[in-house]
Each structure stands twice: as C-alpha cells, then as structure tokens.
Design a protein around this ligand. Structure first.
Ligand SMILES: *Cc1c(COP(=O)(O)O)cnc(C)c1O
Length: 394
C-alpha cells in the first residue's frame, strides 16, 4: 500500500491511465494536434472529427443529442454560462432566479453577481439532510421567475436531489431548470430524454479526466433554450463559446465519460462496499454523526463529525491521509462549511466534520488503514480535549 492515501475524490480525481495515454496522442506532430476550425487540411479535419466523436460520447452518457453539448473549461464556466447566459438572454421574461444555500460556490458567486446587476435571487434553505423540499421550492416560484438552479449531488454531503420531481414542478410553471451535475455524472444514471432538465453542467476532472475541460448541456428540443454567450471571438460552438477547442482535453473528456458509462454500475457497487466498510469501522467510536442522508447519497462522498474533536486536529494528526474539511474551495479560507451551516448543523459539529471521498483507485487496504488510524487519532485527541469531557458529562 502506498502512502499518503488519497481520499479526496470529490475535490478532484487522478487521470485514469487509459485517458492519460489518449491525451498524449492528441498533442504532437505525430498525433491529432490540428486546429479543429482549420477546414482546409486533414490536420484540422481529423481534430474536428475527434471532437465530434467525443461530443457524441458525452451526449450518449446523458441520452442527449450531440448538438446539445457545448464545451467549456469546466463546470464553473458551464454554471456561469447557464446562469448568466439565461438571465441575460431572457431578461424580458423576468429577472428572478431560485437556487439553494447548499450550492457550490460556482453557482452561488454567479448568483451574487447577478443579484448586483438587476436580478433577484431566492436562496432556499435546505432540510437538515441538505435537500430542498418541493413545498419550499413551490412557495418561492413567482410570475417573473425564469430559472431554478439546483445541484444533482451535493459535493460536501453526497446527498442526491430528485431531478424528476423538481424539474416537473419547474416545467409546470414554465420555468427553466439548470442542474450542476459535476458530482453525479458518470456515477448516477442521467437520462435527459426523460428528465425535465434544460441545462446541465459537467466537469471532466471529477471523473478521471483532466482539469480544465467540461461541458454544458443546453436543451434543443422540444424548445431551444436561449443563451447569451460570455465569450466572443471565433464563433466556435455555434457562437455560444468562442475559443479554439482543446482537442486533447475534449477527447480525454469523451473517453472519461464513455468509460464511466460502461463501468458505472460495477464501480459504484465497489465504492459503496468500501464506504460501508469505513462507516462500520467508525461505529466502534462513540458520538460519530453522519452529515447528510443515510440512504439517498452517492457512494463516494461521506461526511462525518467526530464529536468533541476539531477536524483540523484530526487532519494534522494524520498527514498520511488526504481528506478534506468541507469542500476544497472553502478549506483554503478556513471558514465553517456553508453547506453544513445551511443544513442547521451546529458550530461544534460543523467544526468536527470531515469529508471522506472514495473512488476508482481506492482499495480495501487503504480503507482499513484509514479506519484504524482515524479511530486511534480521535481517541487520543478526545483524551486530551476538555471539550469532549464537558460534552460527555453534560
Ligand atoms: C468541482 C465542482 C465544480 C467546479 O468544477 P470545475 O470543473 O473545477 O470548474 C462545480 N460544481 C460542483 C458541484 C463541483 O463539485
């Protein structure tokens, strides 16, 4: 077993070696390196063809049409394009949009900006399990609501939203529905022929592809969703996203999604087994709380509070295990997780929360090592902690 152990798959994943090899074949003179917009020669035409194959691979995973896929630099850009693009293009229909307090910053920060520029944003409070209730959403809809944006799987708790029910409610009111699916694509089935979803964001690096590439699905049928582009330039992607397409990144993303589609069921079952094994091991400790929903979760994300010990203390005691306190983006700023706080988790429990995220290359040995190392560290820290003594005796 190799140390340190990587258990932060929700922050990013290592590139699958099969995909790394493919990346390399789309860079050099011997490979497919041409500018896909160069239609006058074979180099460009080969690149364009490789990109269209990848576009079909992405569309196939979602049961969508390849013409509904727009390449972006990642889920952050896809979210920006979906939210700002729709609100700007459809300002005459209304300027109200609905999202939730548990979204990724790549949605929340766009909403905040739109709010400073004439839009009104409703931020829904989640249930204690981090899901949005349909009643609350229904109560927030207004005649001038244009868009609802909710994530499929939460990146901190792993909790799953019911896209069919939320989308049906949005559609009933003539409101567009955007989904940030960065944590769910390739892990849960997504069928856009059936689901009433209008826009959906994807990222390759959460799925064993490279960083810096993603896509936005934009529904074309029965009604074409109108968007205003964020970037202007060469008119690529039907004018919606200018810039020379990165052939190597796109081919790698296509292959990442193809592999994910093929291996999803077996992989999720394996990851679920590892997660359950870790959770059962933690049950040897007292006062361990699961943050999220016990069943409706994606297998790879697992958020627990070891009561009485601060998460940073556990992480500092275990430098050989790579996990995170909340999302990677907020751990840099050292704030308490906005997701856990919105769920109503109290400050002590939020400070004790650790996110374990498992994936394709996680092994039983790594899980067993992690379980015993964490249990040892938590027991030792609790012995030293006056906080824990107080909690136990109160
Ligand atoms: C990682 C992530 C993003 C950001 O994706 P990038 O491709 O890194 O821009 C957005 N939303 C969620 C839910 C994520 O997990």
């Amino acid at each position: 077993m190799r140390l340190p152990i990587y258990l932060d798959y929700a922050a990013t994943t290592p590139v699958d070696p099969r995909i790394a090899a493919l990346l390399g074949r789309h860079l050099t003179l011997e490979g497919i390196f041409g500018n896909p917009s160069s239609t006058t020669h074979v180099f460009g035409r080969q690149a364009a063809q490789a990109i269209e194959t990848a576009r079909r691979q992405v569309a196939d995973l979602l049961n969508a049409d390849p013409r509904e896929i727009i390449w972006t630099s990642g889920a952050t850009e896809a979210n920006n394009l979906a939210l700002a693009g729709v609100m700007r293009a459809q300002a005459r229909r209304g300027r109200h949009l609905i999202t939730s307090k548990t979204e990724h910053k790549a949605v929340l920060d766009v909403c905040q900006r739109l709010g400073q520029n004439g839009c009104t944003v409703t931020y829904l409070d989640p249930n204690p399990d981090s899901r949005i209730s349909l009643e609350r959403l229904a109560g927030a809809l207004r005649p001038d609501t244009v868009l609802v944006s909710l994530m499929h799987v939460n990146n901190e708790t792993g909790v799953i939203h019911d896209l069919a029910a939320i989308g049906a409610l949005a559609r009933e009111h003539g409101v567009l529905f955007h989904v940030d699916a960065a944590q769910s694509a390739g892990k849960l089935p997504i069928d856009l022929q059936k689901l009433p979803v209008d826009l959906l964001s994807l990222s390759a690096h959460k799925l064993y592809g490279p960083k810096g590439i993603g896509a936005l699905y934009v529904r074309q049928r029965p009604v074409r969703v109108r968007l205003e582009p964020l970037l202007y330039g060469g008119g690529q992607e039907r004018g919606l996203r200018a810039g020379t397409l990165p052939t190597h990144q796109i081919v790698a993303m296509g292959e990442a999604l193809r592999i994910a589609g093929e291996e999803m069921d077996a992989e999720q079952a394996r990851v679920r087994f590892l997660r359950d094994r870790l959770w059962q091991a933690f049950a040897a400790l007292e006062a361990v709380e699961l943050n999220g929903h016990p069943q409706d979760n994606v297998a790879g994300i697992f958020n627990v509070s070891f009561m009485g010990v601060a998460a940073e203390a556990v992480l500092a005691a275990l430098p050989e295990i790579a996990v995170s306190t909340g999302s990677a983006c907020t751990s840099a700023t050292n704030e308490l997780s906005h997701v856990l706080r919105a769920m109503g988790v109290d400050r002590l429990r939020a400070r004790a929360a650790i996110r374990f995220s498992l994936g394709r290359f996680t092994t039983v040995e790594e899980v067993d090592y992690t379980a015993s190392a964490v249990i040892k560290a938590v027991n030792r820290l609790r012995e030293l902690s006056p906080l824990w003594e107080n909690q136990r005796t109160s």
